[in-house]
Design a protein around this ligand. Structure first.
Ligand SMILES: Cc1ncc(COP(=O)(O)O)c(C=O)c1O
Length: 391
């Protein structure tokens, strides 16, 4: 038999999804893979039930059903401060996951360089491998996860085709300030690079932080592909609905890549989500209030146990320091944590290019009682996994 493809030979299975399987094996409270255990909005579910009996069972327009693109354009035009053309500037994809992949394939040739901030969402590694691009990692330094502008310019001097910007960031919860985004924008112009954003947590930004759409900065529309998702905003990660917003010349190409990758997103669900896109600002304020409460509840619990952790400015993840437990492998720690303590987490090393193995990631997109249950279990953490040193 001939060998399978070299390109995919280095793939491991996703550590995040592997931790979900391990959590299930031990009956752990799964705070690893980031998805809610609460219901999506009723208006969306009601419409979903209706669409089963309506005429949405065949392929929709490959780049997205007309009325979904119109609803998306209306919402995002309001937020991004420009009139987005639902016909020429939006492609509906199978989640932001496909949006990012289609964008990478659209922008990068094999061998092109792409800047990725580290820590990063693990799919970007796979995106670069599948598109043949070579990542240039630029570190984000804790505790604020700031980048060093000099290091970033050094990376731009290597003439990358694009920079990937996850804002708000998974896993570190960073929300890039306008000044930081302007620094990136100036470098993108100076070195003529595209910016591919991943803004799936655009509505989960804690006070006093503020989300700025990169594409809305002066001069950035032309060189930005904005990727986002309905997964997190409407608690429908299983529906696989995302989109790209980009100028017409770029969108034309993304449409073709997307068509050959997946043909289109699930037709009845494209229809069913539309009531959500028509929600007023009160829905997004309510969503943020819910996540702010969950963040405070979970972080207060960790604080009560004296566990050291990051304070996310956005998204719904927290990185906890496990140095005191003396594990060489954060993956081994996560396995023991799931088995002995009964809480699922993701080893931090899966997000860092640098050799970091003293962090684990929890997410708090769970019902309050689920979070309390997880905290109840974490209370016994030091009893079940005795520290070797106190940090
Ligand atoms: C930063 C980031 N981008 C993309 C995704 C996946 O989004 P989607 O469900 O739209 O594919 C996730 C999911 O956790 C994420 O954290």
């Amino acid at each position: 038999m001939q060998k399978l493809s070299d390109r995919t030979a280095g793939f491991t299975d996703s550590v995040i999804r592997r931790m979900t399987r391990i959590s299930n094996r031990y009956g752990a409270v799964n705070l690893s893979q980031g998805f809610p255990d609460f219901e999506p909005p009723k208006e969306i579910l009601d419409r979903m039930a209706q669409t089963a009996h309506e005429d949405f069972h065949q392929y929709s327009i490959t780049w997205g059903a007309q009325n979904l693109r119109e609803a998306l354009a209306a919402k995002q035009s309001r937020l991004m401060g420009r009139a987005i053309d639902p016909n020429g500037e939006i492609v509906v994809t199978c989640g932001s996951t496909e949006a990012m992949m289609a964008s990478m394939m659209t922008v990068a040739n094999p061998g092109d360089k792409v800047i990725v901030f580290s820590p990063f969402y693990e799919n970007y590694g796979a995106d670069t491998i599948l598109s043949g691009a070579e990542p240039i990692y630029v570190p984000l330094y804790p505790p604020a996860f700031n980048f060093d502008p000099e290091e970033l310019e050094d990376a731009f001097r290597r003439r990358p085709k694009a920079l990937i910007l996850c804002n708000p960031s998974n896993p570190c919860g960073k929300v890039f300030t306008k000044a930081e985004l302007e620094t990136i924008a100036a470098l993108a112009v100076k070195y003529d690079a595209y910016v591919i954003t991943d803004e799936v947590y655009e509505h989960i930004v804690y006070e006093p932080n503020h989300h700025t759409y990169f594409a809305s900065l002066p001069g950035m529309w032309e060189r930005t592909v904005s990727c986002s998702s309905l997964s997190k905003t409407y608690s429908i990660t299983g529906w696989r609905l995302g989109y790209t917003i980009a100028p017409p010349e770029i969108t034309e190409r993304i449409k073709k890549v997307h068509d050959f990758l997946t043909v289109g997103a699930v037709a009845p669900l494209q229809e069913a989500v539309i009531p959500g896109l028509k929600f007023g600002q009160d829905y997004y304020d309510g969503l943020l209030a819910v996540y702010t409460r969950k963040r405070d509840l979970f972080l207060r619990g960790l604080d009560d146990f004296g566990l050291i952790h990051t304070i996310p400015q956005g998204a719904y993840y927290v990185l906890m320091d496990i140095s005191e437990f003396g594990f060489d492998s954060d993956l081994a720690f996560c396995e023991v944590l799931a088995e002995k303590v009964g809480v699922g987490a993701v080893p931090g090393s899966s997000f860092f290019h640098e050799p970091v193995n003293h962090l684990v990631r929890f997410h708090f997109a769970k019902r309050d009682e689920t979070l309390r249950e997880a905290l109840g279990r974490l209370e016994s953490l030091r009893k079940k996994i005795p520290p070797v040193k106190r940090s």
